[in-house]
Write a protein that binds this ligand. Structure first.
Ligand code: GDP
Ligand code: CA
Length: 319
């Protein structure tokens, strides 16, 4: 079985770890990762979502934090601070720095991000084929109004520096309209037996991937069933700022509203948490098969059970 998953950072990576537990050895997982969160810092190209997937599946993640390396040290960051060189608000540890140095060096030598990601994965052996959504630069920006007035900030600044404390007024995927899907992305979608949307952020993770011209169309046209899992439980994101960015695109932070936002043109099946059992009927009325099952990724067993439910629903809707 060939499984394709569209993934952001923490929510996507944790789900994929559960998915790996339940597939057969001959099954293949291709992950199409969000690169809209990418940012250039200290002259280095940082790809937070690709790295979260790579470290999580490769056994290098800081478990509690959910991002960055385990057993990290901070010498470089402290030295930069001593020079008065920021930004201080973005946490790059010494071990993590090495990843960004390798990536930046390879890109400067002319390798596309997809080839760089493959090279980094040679070390981490994540057990999936990890593809960036695009080799072209796409950056998610957020329009806000704060004491400095109306302005646009990089998504990382909105989330990491400003903690999403002010409302997001608009989400802009800079460069998305001119971006091309990375090599292998459309082919993997077309050849998939199942396409999964993990409980990643529907706007700034999966929404950004779908904004690369050709990807949404390929998913909608794929013969494979498309099944998603709600990142919203009981009217709130399990973690993060999905409620803020959903509001910016006019979508209520509710499990059924997210399914309707994706729409029946894209989704064949949708899983909501048991807390949202009452929203199943509305999703089904929109032409999307829906089940209520536990959706908290408390440990690998609970996450594996979610992956099993998603694959089971895919079989039911295969028709
Ligand atoms: P990010 O790039 O690190 O923000 O990660 P993703 O976009 O992949 O995932 C973020 C989403 O994961 C958030 O909207 C969370 O609500 C969701 N999430 C995190 N943990 C869980 C969980 O245990 N269960 C569910 N259903 N969603 C979760
Ligand atoms: Ca992200």
């Amino acid at each position: 079985m060939r499984i394709v998953a569209l993934a952001g950072g923490i929510g996507g990576a944790r789900f994929l770890r559960g998915l790996k537990e339940v597939i057969a050895p001959e099954d293949e997982i291709t992950v199409i990762g969000n690169t809209g969160d990418d940012i250039h810092l200290f002259g280095l190209k940082v790809c937070p979502d690709l790295d979260t997937v790579m470290y999580t599946l490769g056994g290098g993640i800081h478990e509690e934090q959910g991002w960055g390396r385990a057993d990290e040290t901070w010498s470089v960051k402290n030295e930069m601070k001593a020079y008065g060189v920021g930004p201080e608000w973005f946490g790059l540890g010494d071990r993590d720095f090495a990843t960004h140095i390798v990536r930046t060096q390879m890109i400067a030598a002319g390798y596309p991000l997809s080839a760089v990601t493959e090279a980094l994965c040679d070390r981490w052996q994540p057990g999936v084929r990890l593809l960036p959504m695009s080799d072209d630069r796409v950056e998610t920006h957020v329009r806000i109004t704060d004491e400095q007035g109306p302005r646009v900030v990089h998504f990382q600044e909105y989330w990491v520096r400003l903690h999403a404390a002010v409302d997001a007024e608009a989400i802009i995927s800079v460069g998305a309209d001119a971006a091309k899907p990375a090599p292998g992305v459309l082919e993997a979608i077309a050849a998939a037996d199942v396409i999964l949307l993990p409980p990643s952020n529907p706007v700034v993770s999966i929404g950004t991937i779908l904004a690369v011209p050709g990807i949404r169309q390929a998913v909608a046209a794929a013969p494979a069933p498309v099944v998603g899992l709600s990142p919203i439980i009981g009217g709130a994101p399990v973690r993060g700022m999905a409620d803020k960015v959903l509001a910016a695109v006019g979508v209520e932070a509710a499990a059924d509203a997210v399914a309707l936002h994706y729409g029946s043109g894209l989704l064949d099946g949708w899983l909501v948490d048991t807390a949202d059992e009452a929203s199943v009927a509305a999703v089904e009325a929109a032409g999307i098969a829906c089940r209520a099952v536990p959706l908290l990724m408390t440990d690998t067993d609970a996450t594996a059970a979610m992956a099993r439910e998603a694959l089971a629903l895919a079989e039911q809707v295969r028709g």
